[in-house]
Write a protein that binds this ligand. Sequence first.
Ligand SMILES: Nc1ncnc2c1ncn2[C@@H]1O[C@H](COP(=O)(O)OP(=O)(O)OP(=O)(O)O)[C@@H](O)[C@H]1O
Length: 476
Amino acid sequence: MTRTADVWIVDDDRSIRWVLEKALQQDGMQPVCFDSADSALARLQRQQRPDVLISDIRMPGTSGLELLSSIRERYPKLPVIIMTAHSDLDSAVASYQGGAFEYLPKPFDVDEAVSLVRRALAHSHEDDHSAGDQISHTPEIIGEAPAMQEVFRAIGRLSHSNITVLINGESGTGKELVAHALHRHSPRARNPFIALNMAAIPHDLMESELFGHEKGAFTGAAMQRRGRFEQADGGTLFLDEIGDMPAETQTRLLRVLADGEFYRVGGHTPIKVDVRIIAATHQDLESLVQAGKFREDLFHRLNVIRIHIPRLSERREDIPTLAQHFLSRAAQELAVEPKILKPQTRDYLRGLPWPGNVRQLENTCRWITVMASSREVLVEDLPPELLVQHQDSAGDGHWEHSLRIWADRELARGVTQLLDQAVPAFERIMIETALKHTAGRRRDAAQLLGWGRNTLTRKIKDLGLELGADEEDDTE
Ligand SMILES: Nc1ncnc2c1ncn2[C@@H]1O[C@H](COP(=O)(O)OP(=O)(O)OP(=O)(O)O)[C@@H](O)[C@H]1O
């Protein structure tokens, strides 16, 4: 890169601007200072943009978060660093959600700030060269639901620590994504994140996978191999499905955690590593301990901080956003135009049980992208198994559940006179469906609904339903 990097600093505090400006200049960058988000926005309006932007969160006029969201709209790939006071945890969480590249808690160390900017720069260049790659290594966590906000808050709170974390949650809820986010927002972010799924490794290979082996340690060990612990040195080792770890390995892991060192399989030299452990499981580890299947001492060592990831059905409000996110991702992967969900389809998806959680929704969106015939996706375009699921649960008051969610959401948005919307919508669906069953004959439809013929005719008129002519029937 021959060009000097342009870095914009936005802060109403002069001393912060000054310190950052000097430090960045010394590092060979070209900082430009703004005392408000508005002046930075004005410059952006003139089609000028920096390579990285670093902004305070609280400023008179437009806030840092508002600035962030305008930048996201115009330049989605421009890295933004948000500075926050320590007490502003919720804002930090919001900046994470708004897609900030990173946040920098105040007061900060100047060197730390400079290296963060440098890292952001590296990413923005990387982006120039391999835009398609970006998605896979900057996973974004979507979650407006209160239960997910709790998770973000925990990520924010833990962003300065190297503490062991145990993540609990059903399969497909996003445990690995959260583990990754914990790593990316930790002091170890520049070092490796290594993930290993205990359920996916044959028991007899687990120790060598974790700790490596020396040449000739066992049949098939033709060469010396470094294990995951060594690969993760200085970084984070994510042990997924820890409940599936066999007893011998548990004992060994416990020893490594206590001593900070281990031997490769067949080795005699102790190897020292500095590894942060994040473990995850969909099982109830306490019951495994009680059943004698998981070592209690290991459990206590892992269970320092626990993060619970809710089921998708416990955060239905996030389903539409997640679905749209997965639809655009799938479209990008397949190089096609993204599908759009019709409002009914969105509501329908919100109401489903989702036993496979976010992963199931993600797979569904891939399916839709490939299989749905038109751009706008109707309920009928969904995978057949989701439609069956619905029929099965329709008798269990499933639609009432969806209705409840809808009413809840509308009221939360401040909508009033809700029945004025809901009752006609309800009647319209009932009438249209009944007419479908009677091939458009109103007399029979009225009977199916339990209304008199005249009532049905009046309702059709009042609701302004445009139905296929039923002249014969109508003239009676
Ligand atoms: N909140 C979210 N926002 C965006 N994508 C998500 C979210 N949660 C999960 N995903 C995506 O859903 C898929 C499943 O998530 P992940 O692999 O993290 O789940 P998991 O709980 O670790 O599953 P398992 O226990 O089966 O390994 C991934 O592709 C992940 O990127």
